[in-house]
Each structure stands twice: as C-alpha cells, then as structure tokens.
Design a protein around this ligand. Structure first.
Ligand SMILES: Nc1ncnc2c1ncn2[C@@H]1O[C@H](COP(=O)(O)OP(=O)(O)OP(=O)(O)O)[C@@H](O)[C@H]1O
Ligand SMILES: [Mg+2]
Length: 384
C-alpha cells in the first residue's frame, strides 16, 4: 500500500480560476493538499490541485462537502453563497477570510458604507436602488454607476460623462459615485495573519486601457513619491484592519490630482495587482495568503527587482480552444516570465494568462512588457 506523508494542512479553494491555480501551486510547495470547488471540470485550479468537486459556488451541499474535507476553506472569487459559509463557520469549520467580511465586500454598497463609516476616504456616493434619469441628474455628471453585486473586471461599472450617456446605465440595484479624475490608480496588497500581524507589499501602479476596465499594465513599485507610498500603505493597512479580514486583500486606490488618496474598492482575496510577487518578491501573495489562513508566520514582502506585468487576454472575435502565437519570441526576451492558466476555451478579453517582466530598470521592464503584448496573441479554434 502507498504511504503518503500527512499534509501540513488540507486547503479547500472555492473557485477554480487562475487565482486558485496559483494558490494551489503555493500550497503544494508548502506541503499542503488542495481540493477545488468549481462548476467546470478540469478547471485551471483543479488541474493543479489534482482533486476537484464539480459544483456551483451557490450549492450548499457542495460547499459543505468541500469544508468537511478540508482543514481550512478559502476562495478565489467573491460571488459565493455566504449564508452557507456562515453556517459552516458556526459549526466550527474554518473559513477564511471570514464569510462576514466576504458578505460585506461582495455588495459594493455595504462595502462603501463600511469604509465611509470608518472614516476611510472614498469617492462620494449615494445608493441607487432604481435607476432613473432624474435621480442620475440630481447626483450630477460625470458619474460612475456600479452594480451592487456580481461585477468583476469592470463588468458591473458604467462611466457616464453627460446626461446623454444615460442610455449606458445598468438597470440594476446599484450605487452612484462621483467620477474621480485620477492622476494614477494604485493598489496595495495587504496580508493579515491570524494573530493580527499585517504586512503590505510595495505600492503598485495600474494602467487601464480606456473603454476596457481590465488591467492593462502594472508597474511595481509605483512611480510615486516616498510620502505617497507611505500614505498609501498606511491607508491600505487601516482599510483591512477596519474590515477585520484574515488573508490577502487587494486595496485599489485613486491618487487624485491634488495628491490625495481615495480607496476605490477592496478585494477579499489574492489580487491581479500582486501577480508579479511570484517572481519579484521574497514571499509571493499566494504563499502569503496560505500562511495567513493556515496560521503560519507571514513572510517578508520585500521586492527583489522592479517588475512590469501585463494580462494576456483572449483576442476579440475568437472563441474555443486557445491557439497561442508568439510564445517563443516572447520567451526569448530576458526577464520574461510567462504564465498560462490552462483554460479550456478562450473568449474575447478573457484573462488567459499573464506575463511578468523583471528588469533592474523599470522603464525597460515596461518596454519589454509592451513588446510581449504585441508578440503574443491568444486566438481560438472557433472564429466567425
Ligand atoms: N469613481 C470613479 N471615478 C473614476 N473612475 C472610476 C471610478 N470608479 C471606478 N472607476 C474606473 O473603473 C474601473 C473599475 O472599477 P472597479 O474597480 O470599482 O470595478 P470592478 O469591476 O470591481 O473592477 P475589477 O474587478 O477590474 O477590479 C476602475 O479601475 C477605474 O478605472
Ligand atoms: Mg477594481
């Protein structure tokens, strides 16, 4: 009979996407085993974990099966049935970050209200339960409408400059925010351990392509003054402490034209703005998350090299099995670290992978990342 060593911990991961995949890799390195819950068989995280429960994130029986087979349950997505998670937590299952924090964050309105009540600076906002042209006009343009639930990668966000843009509104329970003309968008990945120890990664700078809300380019560290970096780190830590979360949190911010900082939103999970930490930092965000939820000491967050990161998105007009072009040319560039997520099918703008470029000169890292973006194309076997 085969004899396997006892795992350090059995980790349950709700969500089988790229974040879960990178978490599972970190978990295996630390001698943990993983089970993934995802509706798609052979999900990116399921492939690495080696064990997947095929089921929905809203299926109470499947969530229970996962929690019962693991020492700690965590997640790589936000759209989960929190009522079941709360019940499992009451029964003594360890679910981290806490389902209470997830429930608060998963509704963008309650998230903003909690931040505002704690005195965390955010864009001014009002609840918008039933959108109407009059209510939008009363709030004033330019404005940003956000769906309370279910949005990601900018899909639940609509930016409207004038009343003529009202046609683009989301017919959903939502909130309206003042449009912030930001100088830069920043993000801070924060880890909080079971003992309350809090560590953050150096502040990064995010660039978005106009019209598409998916992160286009990330630069780490951000090109900002040391004072701004310090203030952003302090604000991010305070935000996570206010929410009381355990694990990794991504805190997105606006740096305003007058040098102020506003928290845009918080993600209760590993974050796109921390992918470069796999190669660029002493402890990457995935291992750090694992250390936090298992109750191990947090690792050093020091950055060892400047880095630029781009997402590899599915080409517009393509679906089906991914066809990757330009990979060899990209890998020939020194400092290029390629990650492909093993998704069975591509779709327009779907996150299929990412590339981190390390270079002692951050401007050179940026140029190389732009070159890689031109070189790599992910199309699909089915096209129109
Ligand atoms: N109040 C605002 N003023 C100006 N721009 C905004 C505002 N709120 C959001 N945006 C823009 O829209 C983008 C997406 O918004 P937000 O981060 O709230 O949504 P999301 O769908 O959760 O995004 P993601 O999943 O990509 O993080 C922001 O990164 C920013 O570029
Ligand atoms: Mg965001």
């Amino acid at each position: 009979m085969d004899v396997f060593p006892l795992p350090v911990a059995r980790i349950g991961i709700i969500g089988g996407g790229q974040l879960g995949r990178m978490l599972a890799k970190a978990a295996k390195r630390l001698g943990c085993t993983c089970v993934v819950l995802d509706p798609t068989p052979g999900s990116p995280a399921g492939q690495v974990a080696g064990h997947q429960i095929v089921g929905a994130y809203h299926d109470p029986a499947k969530l229970r099966e996962l929690a019962e087979s693991c020492d700690v349950t965590t997640f790589d997505i936000e759209d989960i049935d929190t009522a079941t998670l709360l019940q499992l937590e009451r029964e003594g299952h360890r679910v981290l970050p806490s389902p209470r924090v997830l429930a608060l964050i998963q509704d963008k309105l309650t998230q903003k209200q909690a931040l505002a009540e704690a005195g965390i600076p955010t864009a001014p906002f009002i609840p918008m339960p039933e959108p109407s042209p009059e209510a939008f006009a009363a709030h004033g343009y330019p404005l940003v409408q956000k769906a309370r639930r279910g949005g990601y990668d900018g899909r639940g966000v609509s930016i409207m400059k004038t009343p003529e843009d009202y046609g683009r509104h989301l017919p959903l329970p939502s909130l309206l925010e003042r449009f912030i003309p930001a100088e830069k968008e920043l993000a801070v990945v924060v880890a909080r351990g079971l003992d309350g120890d809090c560590r953050c990664y150096p502040v990064v700078e995010m660039r978005f392509r106009p019209g598409e809300n998916v992160l286009d380019l990330l630069l780490a560290p951000a090109r900002i003054t040391p004072e701004t970096a310090e203030a952003a780190a302090r604000l991010a830590v305070r935000t996570v402490e206010v929410l009381g979360g355990i694990g990794i949190f991504g805190v997105e911010m606006f740096l305003t034209e007058d040098g102020g900082l506003l928290v845009n939103e918080v993600a209760p999970r590993t974050h796109n703005s921390g992918h470069h930490t796999i190669e660029a930092n002493v402890t990457d965000q995935f291992e750090q998350h694992l250390r936090a939820v298992v109750g191990l000491p947090l690792g050093a967050t020091d950055q060892l090299s400047p880095a630029a990161m781009i997402n590899l998105l599915g080409a517009p007009g393509h679906r089906g099995r991914p066809v990757i072009k330009g990979m060899a040319e990209a890998l020939a560039i020194p400092g290029v670290c390629l990650h492909l997520y093993g998704k069975a099918a591509t779709a327009p703008f779907r996150k299929m992978g990412h590339v981190t470029v390390l270079d002692p000169d951050i401007e050179m890292a940026e140029r190389k990342a732009m070159r890689v973006r031109d070189l790599i194309e992910i199309s699909g076997e089915d096209h129109p």
